[in-house]
Design a protein around this ligand. Structure first.
Ligand code: FES
Length: 133
């Protein structure tokens, strides 16, 4: 891990990027990838998906009940491949923004910054978001 200065919590003071996967691991409108994070000092999961060529990532936590969206591992899209869906009660979210589009969600998904370069996808830490150790 790069030495970018540590906070009192032991986490880097400045945002860092974390290698996630090869670009072709994310299927457009299909299988995504979930990953471990620490969010607000608690263990949590994030997930990344590809939609219309671009990669997006969110905290894997529904805005209805704070549980993970995927019932089948890494499956976040509905059957149409156009919407992210929570498998528990069917809340629907926009892949590009995480906004709630229907169902019982209250608010949108928490976004995680991602970049894609040279065939690799990386996610980026935030003041309340760190890699799991
Ligand atoms: S827990 Fe996601 S819709 Fe109810």
């Amino acid at each position: 891990m790069p030495d970018v200065g540590a906070t009192g919590s032991g986490h880097p003071a400045k945002p860092i990027s974390v290698d996630l996967c090869a670009s072709d691991a994310l299927v457009d409108g299909g299988a995504g990838l979930s990953f471990d994070v620490v969010y607000c000092a608690r263990p949590a999961r994030g997930f990344a998906v590809r939609f219309r060529g671009r990669v997006y990532a969110y905290l894997n936590q529904c805005r209805h009940v704070p549980i993970e969206l995927d019932y089948q591992t890494n499956q976040f899209f509905d059957v149409s491949g156009n919407w992210l869906i929570c498998a528990t009660h069917g809340a629907m979210y926009a892949p590009e923004t995480g906004a709630c589009l229907g169902g019982p969600c209250r608010g949108g998904l928490a976004k995680i910054d991602v970049t894609e370069h040279a065939g690799r996808v990386r996610w980026h830490t935030a003041p309340n978001l760190f890699p799991a150790d």
